[in-house]
Design a protein around this ligand. Sequence first.
Ligand SMILES: C[S@@+](CC[C@H](N)C(=O)[O-])C[C@H]1O[C@@H](n2cnc3c(N)ncnc32)[C@H](O)[C@@H]1O
Length: 257
Amino acid sequence: MPDLPSVKLPPAVIALLLQLAALTLAAATLYSTGLALSPLAFATLCGVIAATLSHFAGLARWWLLIQLLFAPALVLMLAANIPPEFFLAAFLAMLAVYWSTYRSQVPLYLSSKKVWQALESQLPPEVAGRSFSFMDIGSGLGGVLLHLAAIRQDGRYYGVETAPLPWLASWLRIRLGGYRNCTVAWGSMWDCDLARFDVVFAYLSPVPMEQLWHKVRREMRPGTLFISNTFAVPEHPPQHMLTLDDLHRSTLYIWRL
Ligand SMILES: C[S@@+](CC[C@H](N)C(=O)[O-])C[C@H]1O[C@@H](n2cnc3c(N)ncnc32)[C@H](O)[C@@H]1O
């Protein structure tokens, strides 16, 4: 029999489908037993079923709590009579900051100052009349780029960021700070050619690492450096690892191509 193509849905979509399944199961239970429940009790039943289904569907642990609380929180919020504009504004703000995180599974969180400082030691040595290029893929608010651009002015610093608000914030920081050796583009790292850079830095999540590794191997030039903060590449150990004494005990994984 021919292999069927496997479709991998993002966890957020699976979670939503399981909420709908839980709602159907809870409604069917009430209908068949003739039981009458208050809206909050019904929502709690939905939450328990959704969390149970999510456990068996293999969703990560934090999803179980979200699934458990989602329907009861909805009922409580509706009872609080909050103006709908509030939810629209909150949704738009979250969208601007997190954008396609539901699909990419790479949210915004920032490298520590100790990571910025450790990156200084990984930059190519200073050579008079020569510059190097550094790329932060998923550059967030631009903290890594601005720090390095101020410390090592012989470099050219690039960032690419997919979420509009972080991109705008980093663009403004660069413009207002007068950093002439720094640029951030609004776009996806998957559309960015890594062959142009001497050092590529990533602080993403476990999800894209394998695919990113293939891109790095395909595009980066021999002798250039790929550095990942915190997230290793499965089955491809780095040549160097630096563990830092910041809050998260961040580890930098360093590969010389
Ligand atoms: C964990 S943050 C890291 C921010 C920054 N590099 C730092 O170290 O402080 C990851 C960022 O990658 C962005 N991102 C996720 N997928 C992306 C993609 N395909 N292309 C560009 N940026 C992406 C997210 O929006 C988020 O801002």
